[in-house]
Design a protein around this ligand. Structure first.
Ligand code: SF4
Length: 130
């Protein structure tokens, strides 16, 4: 059975922190840990897609959220995923006070650098779980 860690970002449309969550997950899953992790679309989880539910139910998951509403963490948990780590974009952002990160559709240089920092945190967690 495929035991890859499922890494799920919030959708975060319209917010730069949501874009950072999604980009950080893509970097972690496709560039840093392609053998050990995969991502799943939050929209399918929210709508109760049967195939996606089977992919996360009972599996180790990492969620990455762009704001305190924690949409990814809550919905993955409600769908039966075992949330090993809830990563909050804002925790990393707070360490970079005064920086601008870009727009909801385009990260600038600081946004990309901080997103890579979040991706590295995700990758460390994936490796710990494995
Ligand atoms: S956690 Fe916040 S930014 Fe992410 S989808 Fe939910 S409301 Fe939007």
């Amino acid at each position: 059975m495929d035991r890859k860690v499922k890494v799920v970002p919030c959708s975060g449309i319209g917010k730069v922190y949501g874009l950072m969550a999604r980009e950080a997950v893509l970097e972690a899953v496709f560039d840093l840990c392609p053998e050990k992790s995969e991502t799943v679309c939050l929209g399918y989880i929210v709508t109760g897609d049967k195939e996606v539910k089977e992919r996360i139910e009972g599996f180790d998951c990492i969620t990455v959220d762009g704001c305190p509403k924690m949409c990814a963490a809550k919905n993955v948990s409600m769908a039966g995923g075992i949330v090993i780590e809830e990563i909050k974009v804002l925790e990393t952002v707070k360490e970079h006070k005064g920086k601008k990160f870009g727009s909801p559709t385009q990260l600038d240089a600081d946004g990309e650098a901080v997103t890579s920092e979040i991706a590295a945190k995700i990758a460390r967690k994936i490796n710990e779980i494995n």
